[in-house]
Write a protein that binds this ligand. Structure first.
Ligand SMILES: Nc1ncnc2c1ncn2[C@@H]1O[C@H](COP(=O)(O)OP(=O)(O)OP(=O)(O)O)[C@@H](O)[C@H]1O
Ligand SMILES: [Mg+2]
Length: 391
């Protein structure tokens, strides 16, 4: 992979043009033996640079190859229904294309607010509206004569509401329509921080993107670490990539941990050149500790039943079935292990615990009642502490 920086890109981040070109090529070119015209799913843990890559590297690489990119972040406004966020992004793109709007206004004969000199009201586009997403995207495809790539960041959020799930189905219909010969193609790229959750969007036949490939998104590597070291030349002594690389791995490939550790050193005005490496090492360890403590702080505030549900869910992964007899027995076992005996493990108590865990953002619930741990680093932490054994 090339380390050359994109000239137009932000100088404050490390760019991965080689990786972006490869993924873009894969997304746009579909071989007859590939299922990726269904969409591609990219998964990587939290805070490892997915959004940065999608916005700063992948979107430009796709545009460079002639695609029209629409980027949607379903976490941007966690309170908004994911379907609304998707529809709003498509409307916003349409509003940039006067001729597409004219065509829509003409074929649907809809009047309304004047946008770019065209009588057309964008709120007529959407799920269950006069102009469906399929129609809107078809017109956009025909007028721009471009392949459309919709990047949905944190796509798992889409199936937390039934309207969101409907939006995914409309996108599937749009994809099938636009990939037919009359139009110019639609690709959907979904990212998410949890493999299990993302997998739910494509694992079962009743999901819109059944069978789409789910691939691990590569974490930042050695070249990023070198770039990072070059950008810490304001310290009394330079940092060596060989020293930083294993620390970056320990930090779960999270750039923020390295950044915060470097800042700690930057503001230590008494720091001697000879001590830089050692101080950096301990600062990274301290930052990892802070991040872990933050995660565990919430866990420590749980009631015995909530903690038991969390542990059993984390241990079971995708096989978790909240109310099955075997699972109930596991909750009981977890509670007993923790030294509590007089706790009810009846279904209503479990339901309440699940709601509480969701409110604390520790777990995630798909609209059809399937659960998963929100952040996989929590599962790792619990495992490290031996809290997932015997389930
Ligand atoms: N290529 C990069 N170069 C420098 N810093 C980066 C790079 N990628 C990510 N970062 C930094 O790491 C942090 C997390 O990045 P980002 O938000 O892109 O990750 P994410 O995986 O989308 O996180 P989340 O799981 O919260 O959505 C940010 O502070 C960002 O500036
Ligand atoms: Mg993100």
């Amino acid at each position: 992979m090339s380390t050359t920086q994109l000239h137009s890109g932000s100088p404050n981040i490390f760019h991965r043009p080689g990786l972006a070109a490869r993924i873009a090529g894969q997304v746009l070119h579909v071989s007859p033996t590939s299922a990726s015209s269904s969409g591609v799913f990219l998964a990587a843990p939290r805070r490892t640079g997915k959004t940065t890559f999608m916005r700063e590297d992948l979107a430009p690489a796709l545009s460079e190859k002639g695609a029209l990119v629409i980027y949607v972040d379903l976490w941007e406004d966690p309170k908004a229904d994911p379907s609304e966020v998707i529809v709003a992004a498509i409307r916003a793109e349409l509003s940039q294309h006067e001729s597409a709007l004219k065509r829509l206004a003409k074929s649907f004969g809809i009047g309304g607010a004047k946008i770019a000199g065209v009588e057309f009201s964008l709120d007529r586009i959407g799920l269950g509206k006069e102009v469906s997403l399929v129609q809107a995207l078809s017109v956009l495809s025909d007028t721009t004569v471009q392949m459309i790539v919709l990047i949905i960041d944190e796509a798992q959020h889409a199936i937390t509401t039934s309207a969101g799930a409907d939006a995914m189905f409309s996108l599937k219909a749009a994809r099938d329509e636009l990939n037919s010969r009359e139009h110019h193609g639609l690709r959907v790229v979904c990212t998410g921080s949890n493999r299990d959750k993302l997998a739910m969007l494509r694992n079962s036949k009743d999901q819109a993107f059944f069978g789409a490939p789910l691939v691990p998104f590569p974490s930042l590597g050695k070249e990023y670490v070198e770039w990072f070291c070059q950008h810490t030349n304001d310290l009394p002594a330079p940092l060596e990539a060989e020293v930083v690389q294993p620390l970056f791995e320990r930090a779960g490939y999270r750039p923020e941990i390295l950044g915060a550790a470097a800042d700690e050193l930057r503001f230590d005005f008494a720091l001697e050149a000879a001590d830089v490496t050692e101080r950096f090492r301990s600062a990274v360890e301290a930052q990892i500790q802070v991040a872990n403590d933050e995660t565990l702080r919430v866990v420590r505030s749980l009631t015995p039943i909530q903690f038991a549900v969390l542990r059993v869910m984390a241990a079971s992964g995708a096989a978790y079935a909240p109310f099955e007899a075997v699972t109930l027995a596991k909750y009981k076992q977890a509670i007993q292990q923790a030294g509590d005996d007089n706790v009810s493990v009846e279904v209503p108590a479990i339901q309440q615990a699940l709601i509480a865990l969701q409110e604390k953002s520790l777990i995630w619930r798909a609209s059809r009642g399937v659960y998963a741990i929100e952040d996989s680093t929590l599962t790792d932490l619990l495992k490290e502490r031996g809290l997932l054994e015997n389930f």
